[in-house]
Structures are given as C-alpha cells and as structure tokens.
Write a new protein. Structure first.
Length: 256
C-alpha cells in the first residue's frame, strides 16, 4: 500500500469513527486486557495491548513481583519454569508502554547449552538476535507484535551483549540479564557497574543449569551483594514451577 493510500485509508477510518462514535479500543484476547490502535509519527500503525497488573501464580512469584517493584537490583534464581524471566520481561514491557522508562536492555551470555552453533553471519545485532529471541514472545503478549517491532526499530528495546557494555551507562531503563548462571564474575561486575540513575536491573538464572566450567557470576554476585538495602535475592524451588505439571515432575526426578 502506498503512503498516499495509507493516508486515505487512515482518514476514512477516522471519519468513520467520528461519524459513528466508534471506539477504537477493542477487548484483548489475553488476560482481559484491551487493544488500542495507534498511529505513529512515521506513519507506522500498530496496536498497543493493555493488561491488568501482573499477579503471582503462587506466593514465591508474588514475593518476586514485590521485590521488583521495591528494589533496584533483583536476583531471581532457582528452578526452571518458575516464571523468573517471564515476569521480569512482562513488567518491563508494561513500564515501557506506560512511558515510565525510556529503554529495556536485554542481555544474556553468549554460551550455548552443550552444543556449538558456530560463527553466526552479520553484524553484532544479527549475531546476538538468537539470544534475544526468547524475550520476544513475552513482548508480543504484553505489547502486541506490531508495537514490539516499532519499539525495537526506535531503539527502545535493545539486545546488548555484555562484551559491548564497557564504558556504557544505562539511565532510566530496565536491564534484564537472562541465563546469568553462565556469566563469569568479571562479566557480572561489568554488567552491574553499568547501572545508572533511574535504572532497575533484574538478573535471572538457575545455578543448576550452568554450562561454563568456571565460577558462576550469578552466584558470586548474589552472595557479594545480598546484604545491600537496594538488593533482593529471590530463590525459587521446584515447588514453584508453573510451566507444567510434567516439568515439575521432571525437575524432581533430576533433583533426586
């Protein structure tokens, strides 16, 4: 569709809404939220999704949510399938949508789980893309697919390898580090010393799924910093798994 035809379509839609009194807000299919059609300055239309505030599915998740709301640096550690990364990403998405922060910085160590993918083609953004992919489904659910890609295009959602963070300062942002059990202590120190004013940082990982032979930066940082008033460490157990009943049973079998 050409730019002129998009404008014509947009004007006719606006006229129709004005004449009929139609509301562009539509009910969401997810969590009884709502949708709003937005026209960006660059003529890129998208739908923004609105959801109720996130509530924990169990007591430990609610403790984690409260810690994120109240603290500047949060370590979410423990069993797989407990919602550590989903909750952090969803809460960050809501904060960005409501313009409480300027950016979301996503990072994770570039370590494969026991198998090597080899050299990836392209620039650093292309090479890091597979590591950002796990976050996207959460953004699609909370923000809508088109709005998510609009924010990525604007640079409001950024995937950043830890190796490229030196000399950076992240202000008025949320930083989420996933799979942090595979960071080294020096990588964690580099990441955590990038935190600027107005920035919240959430470090997620499961020490039992470590794929590196050296000491885990997640465990080291949590132990070093847990006494600070700005820091909370939330430890999830197998009983907190919400991914599925089967996954909870599998975790118990591997833990025995």
């Amino acid at each position: 569709m050409s730019r002129n035809s998009r404008k014509t379509h947009r004007n006719s839609r606006n006229n129709h809404n004005t004449n009929s009194g139609a509301d562009t807000t539509k009910p969401s299919r997810v969590n009884k939220g709502r949708r709003e059609v937005v026209e960006a300055e660059d003529e890129f239309d998208f739908e923004m999704l609105y959801h109720p505030p996130i509530r924990g599915m169990n007591a430990k998740q609610q403790e984690y949510i409260n810690a994120i709301n109240e603290s500047e640096l949060i370590f979410g550690t423990g069993a797989a399938g407990t919602g550590k990364t989903w909750i952090a990403t969803a809460m960050a998405a809501d904060m960005l949508r409501d313009k409480h922060i300027d950016r979301i910085i996503l990072t994770r160590p570039m370590v494969e789980a026991g198998e090597k993918m080899g050299a990836l083609p392209g620039e650093k953004e292309d090479k890091f893309a597979p590591y950002v992919e796990p976050f996207l489904d959460v953004f699609y659910e909370r923000l809508g697919k088109s709005f998510t890609h609009y924010l990525i295009k604007r640079g409001a959602i950024v995937g950043y390898p830890i190796a490229f963070m030196r000399s950076k300062t992240f202000k008025n942002a949320w930083i989420i580090c996933d799979e942090a059990q595979n960071t080294t202590p020096s990588q964690q120190e580099l990441l955590l010393t990038r935190i600027g004013n107005g920035t919240k940082t959430i470090i997620c990982g499961d020490r039992k799924q470590k794929d590196i032979s050296t000491q885990s930066g997640l465990v080291d940082a949590a132990n070093r910093l847990k006494h600070l008033s700005e820091v909370r460490v939330i430890e999830f157990g197998i009983e907190d798994c919400v991914r599925s009943g089967l996954v909870k049973k599998i975790l118990r079998c591997y833990d025995s």
